[in-house]
Ligand binder design. Structure first.
Ligand SMILES: [Zn+2]
Length: 289
């Protein structure tokens, strides 16, 4: 995609500390602080179930948010080529979605983007690390990305190309949309009411985020280049729960799926891309009944 250079005034970015996490802070988080990650299965030797357990265990006493930086957006975004791409995408996502919210009469707020640098990080959702892959934390409305993930995406999962990376950013942004519209909260209560459907509901939420990612690109059709579509589909396929399970040598167990199969993820991304219509994406979760 030929994205325009980001406008430093239109992105809210920060940089995570490197290694060891950040000291101090007492804030403390209640239960229910939960992160929404891009991928659901074991990818980098970390079991997400285990990871979540770790996070919940560590939430006690974790400060609400300690990511602080005096660096300018321009400095942070120009750190490396991937960071720049990510900021360009964020800027475009803000410009694309703000008017959609205005039209729907829903208050809009830009998400924050924090570049993780390895090590652990205190977030509004507890302590997190780069090893979890990109994620969104509803509690602080922040997307967390370690740009080294993009190398893993390409080298370990075979999903290269700029559009694959934009899809990651746009997917996390999709979770921000869900937070602003209230869909995330609705799903969360449905999950606590019927825990046996929790994974199933999570899948719908992830597919909707994929669809929103596609809808962003579909609304910027003039910027799409040859090969983008293929890169997007390839990435969506690579991070499907079934494909990730197989890749990690685990049994494919549909009941444990949290993000959808490769086929479902490709379908959701394609639906958004082809229609550019967020209402198509809304319907994905409306089916959850
Ligand atoms: Zn997600």
């Amino acid at each position: 995609m030929r994205l325009n250079p980001f406008n430093p005034g239109s992105v809210n970015v920060g940089r995570g500390g490197g290694g060891g996490g950040l000291p101090g802070g007492r804030g403390g988080l209640g239960c229910g602080a939960i992160v929404i990650a891009l991928i659901g299965a074991v990818v980098f030797g970390i079991d997400p179930g285990q990871m979540l357990g770790t996070m919940q265990g560590m939430q006690q006493g974790a400060p609400q948010q300690t990511v602080q930086t005096s660096e300018s957006a321009a400095e942070i975004c120009n750190d490396n080529a991937y960071a720049l791409e990510t900021c360009n995408a964020l800027s475009s996502l803000n410009e694309t979605w703000e008017p959609v919210f205005a039209q729907a009469g829903i208050a809009f707020e830009q998400p924050r983007l924090v570049f993780l640098q390895g090590g652990t990080e205190n977030t509004g959702c507890g302590q997190a690390s780069s090893a979890m892959g990109p994620f969104y934390c509803p509690a602080d409305q922040t997307m967390y990305i370690d740009t080294r993930f993009y190398d893993q995406l390409e080298q370990q999962l075979g999903a290269g190309g700029d559009f694959a990376r934009y899809y990651v950013v746009a997917h996390e942004y999709g979770h921000h949309i869900q937070t602003l519209t209230g869909v995330a909260g609705t799903i969360r209560s449905a999950q606590s009411q019927s825990p046996q459907r929790a994974n199933q509901l999570q899948v719908l939420m992830e597919l909707q985020a994929d669809c929103y990612a596609g809808a962003w690109a579909g609304r910027n059709r003039n910027l799409i280049e040859p090969g983008d579509l293929e890169e997007g589909m390839n990435a969506a396929s690579a991070i499907g729960d079934d494909t990730l399970s197989r890749g990690s040598g685990r049994a494919v167990n549909p009941e444990s799926f949290t993000h959808g199969t490769s086929e479902q993820r490709m379908q959701a991304l394609r639906l958004g891309l082809e229609t550019g219509d967020d209402r198509q994406c809304d319907r994905i979760v409306e089916q959850s009944g």
